[in-house]
Design a protein around this ligand. Structure first.
Ligand code: GDP
Length: 371
C-alpha cells in the first residue's frame, strides 16, 4: 500500500543526502519530488506547500551532509502531520450522543459518485453503530439508479435495520424527510441517508443533494471516495465540497493498491478529516483513519519524530491568553524571522502557523543557527 508515495518521499530524502546543499541541488530535488508526488495523486496545492516548507527549511541550513536525509524525512513527516491536524477533529459517537441527549435523531447524509463504495460504506457505518447499540433507520434517497433501492434493502435485511423507501423517481428529499419523521416517532438514534451519485448529470445531482440538505438539514455529511481512483477522487471531492459542504470523508478500497495521495489531497483541499477507511468488502472492514498509521506506511518508522508533540505544543499556564507565541522567547522569534526573512504575520492564522514553525525549529535544536 502507498508504495509510490513512499518512494517519492524517500527518494527526495536520499538524493539530498548524497549531495552538497547548493540551491540548484535543492531545486532539482524539489522538482523530482514534485513529479513523484504528482504520480502519487497528490494535489498541486499539497505539493506546493510541501515544497515551499522544505525549501524554506533547507535554504541556508548548516546541516551536516549525513544528517540531511533524516532532516528531510523529519521535515516531510512533520509537514504532512500538520496538514492532517489542520482538519477539524470529529468524534462521531460524541456527536450522536449529543443529539441523543436532546432526544433527536442524528442524521448522516452520504454523498459520492456511484461505484466508489458509498452504499457499502453506509452499511459498514450502520453495522458499526448497531454494534455500539444505537438504533438506526436507513433512507433510500437514491431513487434514480436502477437497483439502488434493492441493493440497500439487501443490506438492511442482513443487518436487520429499518429501511425507509419509496418508488423509483420519487423525490429523494421526500424519502429523507419520511425517514426523519419515522426516526422521530420511533425514537431512532441515527438516520443514514443514501443519495444518488451519477456524474454525467451532476448539476441535477447536486441540486437534489442541496434540496435534501435544505429539507432535512443533516447533522453530518460524509463524502465517500474511492482511494484507487486517485486524482479523480480528489476532483470529485472538490466538486462536491463546492456545492455541499461535507464534514468528513470515507476512503474506500484502501486494502487494494492505493497510491496514498488521495487522503492527503482531500484533507488539504477541503480542510475536513478522513474519518474512516474501507479495508475490504465485509461489514467490519472499516477502520478509523489514523494519521500515525498513514505516516508509518509512507515513511516507514517515524524514528524519534514525536508528531504528537509537534502538533500539540505543551499547554502553558497562560495558554488561555490566546497568544500564539506563548512560551517562545522574543529572542527566538527575532532569530527565526531574521534567518528565514519572515515578515511579521498579518493575521491570527499566519501568527499561529509561524509560531508552530518556530516551535518545531526550536524542537529540532535551532538547527539553522547552529554554526
Ligand atoms: P456505490 O455504487 O458507490 O454504492 O458502490 P458499492 O457500495 O456498490 O460498492 C462498489 C463495489 O466496491 C462493491 O463490489 C463493493 O463490495 C466494493 N467495495 C466497497 N468498499 C470496499 C473496500 O473498502 N474494499 C474493497 N476491496 N472493496 C470495496
Amino acid at each position: 500500500m502507498f508504495d509510490k508515495l513512499r518512494d517519492a518521499f524517500s527518494n527526495a530524502a536520499k538524493s539530498l543526502g548524497e549531495k552538497e546543499l547548493k540551491e540548484k541541488d535543492i531545486e532539482d530535488i524539489l522538482f523530482e519530488l514534485e513529479i513523484s508526488l504528482l504520480e502519487s495523486d497528490v494535489a498541486s496545492e499539497v505539493i506546493d506547500e510541501i515544497k515551499s516548507d522544505l525549501k524554506e527549511k533547507l535554504i541556508g541550513s548548516k546541516i551536516g551532509k549525513h544528517q540531511i536525509e533524516k532532516f528531510v524525512k523529519d521535515s516531510l513527516i512533520s509537514n504532512i502531520s500538520a496538514l492532517f491536524d489542520a482538519a477539524e477533529k470529529i468524534d462521531l459517537f460524541e456527536k450522536i450522543n449529543e443529539k441523543k441527549k436532546q432526544e433527536q435523531p442524528f442524521l448522516i447524509l452520504f454523498v459520492g459518485i456511484n461505484g466508489t463504495g458509498k452504499t457499502t460504506s453506509l452499511a459498514k457505518i450502520a453495522y458499526m453503530l448497531k454494534q455500539a447499540k444505537y438504533s438506526i433507520a436507513v433512507a433510500a434517497a437514491d431513487t434514480f439508479r436502477a437497483g439502488a433501492i434493492e441493493q440497500l434493502r439487501e443490506h438492511t435485511n442482513r443487518l436487520n435495520l429499518k429501511l425507509v423507501a419509496q418508488n423509483y423517481n420519487s423525490d429523494p428529499a421526500a424519502v429523507a424527510r419520511d425517514a426523519v419523521l419515522y426516526a422521530k416517532s420511533h425514537k431512532t438514534d441515527c438516520v443514514l441517508i443514501d443519495t444518488a451519485g451519477r456524474m454525467q448529470t451532476s448539476k441535477n445531482l447536486m441540486e437534489q443533494i442541496e434540496k435534501i440538505n435544505k429539507v432535512v438539514n443533516p447533522d453530518m455529511t460524509i463524502f465517500v471516495g474511492d482511494s484507487l481512483a486517485g486524482n479523480d477522487t480528489v476532483n470529485q471531492a472538490r466538486e462536491f465540497f463546492a456545492r455541499v459542504k461535507f464534514n468528513a470523508s470515507i476512503l474506500t478500497k484502501s486494502d487494494a493498491d492505493a497510491k496514498g495521495g488521495a487522503a492527503l489531497s482531500i484533507v488539504k483541499v477541503t480542510s475536513t478529516p478522513v474519518l474512516y477507511v474501507g479495508t475490504g468488502q465485509e461489514y467490519s472492514d472499516l477502520k478509523p483513519f489514523d494519521k500515525e498509521t498513514f505516516l508509518e506506511t509512507v515513511f516507514g518508522s517515524l524514528g524519534d519524530v514525536d508528531i504528537k508533540k509537534i502538533d500539540e505544543p505543551e499547554p502553558t499556564p497562560e495558554s488561555s491568553s490566546n497568544d500564539p507565541f506563548e512560551g517562545i522567547s522574543d529572542n527566538d522569534i527575532a532569530t527565526y524571522s531574521d534567518l528565514f526573512d519572515v515578515p511579521p504575520p498579518e493575521n491570527d492564522n499566519e501568527a499561529n502557523k509561524l509560531a508552530n514553525k518556530i516551535r518545531e525549529w526550536i524542537k529540532r535544536g535551532r538547527l539553522e543557527s547552529s554554526e
